[in-house]
Design a protein around this ligand. Structure first.
Ligand SMILES: [Zn+2]
Length: 257
């Protein structure tokens, strides 16, 4: 368990500064990269950078690459994450470059479990949303326990209020709705099931590779160390140091499980 919060946050910021979410990779540089480990678990962050889905550019899910890299470093598991903007949405296409690399890593290293990290905004009133494809991807208990051990509280999907709406397409300040729900962990919320309809990385691991997986959607408050304001998301923001530390510790416990 990591208790030195300031060191952990500094390392996350350092890792996040090593990816380029708004830039296209130049020349032969790949838009995603891997860290090979020795523990047979893969932490994935397919939306760490901007990506195209059906012709629309989607926002990056900040600090998910940094979290993947940090958890890999602290546990010895494998990681894969995007480093540059991509034309492919790895969590949407049936098979692309990213999923092919996931398959290779799984085969090469005998990986048995995939933890696919994503970022949701605070407007969903959840701290963490776990997608298990209603138990087809993994057992609920196995993925919830690491979070409750680190201070999260189980909330039923039915008890989650509807998300706060965008106003005229303008995003809400990221702090709105954050504190109250920061510690909640929800399983298989209808919006975040892990891939009952879509071709997610989680579903690919389960259906094509025959291993267990979980999709972990992390609210901004539990992952963003610092973000400067940008034109299309005009708010400077810092998440909760306590929430980010609890999330990292829960992910480490999930890998070690
Ligand atoms: Zn995502």
């Amino acid at each position: 368990m990591i208790t030195n919060t300031s060191e952990l946050l500094l390392q996350l910021q350092q890792f996040e500064s090593e990816i380029f979410p708004r830039s296209i990779a130049v020349g032969e540089v790949p838009w995603f990269c891997c860290i090979e480990g020795s523990v047979p678990v893969l932490v994935s962050a397919p939306h760490a950078c901007r990506h195209m889905r059906d012709g629309v550019e989607k926002m990056s899910e900040e600090f998910t690459a940094a979290l993947a890299k940090q958890v890999a470093g602290l546990t010895g598991c494998h990681a894969i994450y995007t480093r540059y903007k991509s034309d492919e949405d790895p969590n949407w296409v049936t098979l692309g470059a990213y999923k092919s690399r996931v398959a290779e890593l799984v085969l090469q290293h005998g990986i048995r479990f995939v933890i696919d990290l994503h970022g949701m905004t605070n407007r969903h009133h959840m701290g963490v949303a776990l997608g298990t494809m209603h138990g087809r991807a993994c057992r609920h208990f196995d993925v919830i326990a690491p979070f409750t051990r680190h201070g999260f509280e189980v909330v039923s999907a039915d008890a989650v209020p509807p998300p706060l709406e965008l106003i005229d397409g303008v995003p809400l300040p990221p702090g709105v709705g954050a504190e109250q729900h920061r510690q909640s962990v929800v399983t298989d919320h209808p919006r975040f099931t892990g891939g009952l309809r879509n071709h997610t990385v989680t579903r690919f691991a389960v259906e094509q590779l025959g291993i267990s997986a979980v999709q972990v959607e992390i609210a901004s408050v539990n992952r963003i160390v610092f973000r400067a304001a940008v034109s299309d998301w005009p708010y400077e923001y810092c998440g909760s140091a306590e929430g980010i530390t609890a999330t990292v510790n829960a992910l480490i416990a999930l890998v070690n499980r």
